[in-house]
Design a binder for this molecule. Structure first.
Ligand SMILES: Nc1ncnc2c1ncn2[C@@H]1O[C@H](COP(=O)(O)OP(=O)(O)O)[C@@H](O)[C@H]1O
Ligand SMILES: [Mg+2]
Length: 246
């Protein structure tokens, strides 16, 4: 039975879509069949990160409304067919579907995927609350800034998190934050927010560059590959220590 993991944030632009795409790629590289489900209605960022916009034929809403078969809407993101994405609709609104229909669909994917990652718009949003309704676990993506830390902390106090296992990823980390700018250390951020630290992702020009080019897999051939692989390993229950070097 696959695990449904919502990737969420308390503030926009912290890297939710990037982390969803890269973590999905890392999980699939470890032999985990993974589906990326885009809940950014009217935006649709995941296909852009995989350079797959031209392959979009149908959307999540079409699947739920029965306009197409599930397989017709899913876009393969690698040759070995271990990673797929299901785009949301760039033109239509999530509120057109009932939460229960979405949850039913997400449940259906459990039998064919090991991981179903939900890419969500930042809280508060419809996509966020749909994702939390379906998810077993949630990972909050935050950066080191005060606004991101505060909003992550506030978000994780919501009753929606009572029934999901929550953890956090610190994204866009730079050592100079500690040295020059006096921002808190990653483990202190996690302690203040009150959830386990699942991983640290450095600020990376490879991530920035290759996501601009719609080629997130290429970014993962470079230095960030290790940190996403380690996060994937932790999700699979491996005891991999957190280190600032990664
Ligand atoms: N670790 C990172 N290093 C460098 N740039 C990053 C990193 N993570 C995200 N970005 C960049 O930050 C911007 C916002 O990321 P995105 O994933 O769209 O955020 P969100 O989905 O939370 O709005 C993008 O331009 C992305 O390439
Ligand atoms: Mg996004």
């Amino acid at each position: 039975m696959g695990e449904i993991l919502a990737v969420v944030s308390g503030k926009g632009g912290t890297g939710v879509s990037t982390v969803t795409a890269a973590l999905g790629y890392a999980l699939s590289s470890r032999g985990q069949k993974t589906l990326l489900l885009d809940l950014n209605f009217r935006k649709c960022d995941l296909p852009v990160l995989f350079g797959a916009e031209e392959k979009i034929a149908w959307h999540l809403l079409d699947v739920i409304e029965g306009n197409c078969r599930i397989i017709q809407a899913m876009i393969p993101c690698r040759k070995d067919e271990m990673l797929y994405l299901l785009p949301s609709s760039a033109a239509r609104d999530l509120r057109l579907i009932q939460k229960s229909s979405f949850v039913k669909l997400a449940e259906l994917f459990r039998s064919s995927f090991d991981f179903i990652l939900l890419d969500t718009p930042s809280w508060p949003s419809e996509g966020f609350s749909y994702a939390l309704q379906a998810a077993d676990s949630a990972v909050a993506v935050t950066d080191s800034t005060l606004l991101s830390r505060r909003n992550t902390e506030r978000m994780l106090l919501l009753p929606e998190f009572d029934s999901v296992r929550a953890s956090m990823i610190l994204n866009r980390f730079e050592r100079k934050f500690l040295r020059d700018e006096g921002l808190p250390a990653p483990e202190d951020i996690a302690r203040a927010i009150g959830v386990p630290l699942l991983g640290i992702i450095p600020e990376s020009t490879d991530i920035l560059l290759f996501s601009e080019q719609g080629n997130i897999p290429e970014a993962l051939k470079k230095s960030p590959a290790k940190c996403f692989d380690r996060i994937a390993g932790r999700l699979l229950g491996e005891d991999i220590p957190i280190s600032l070097k990664q």
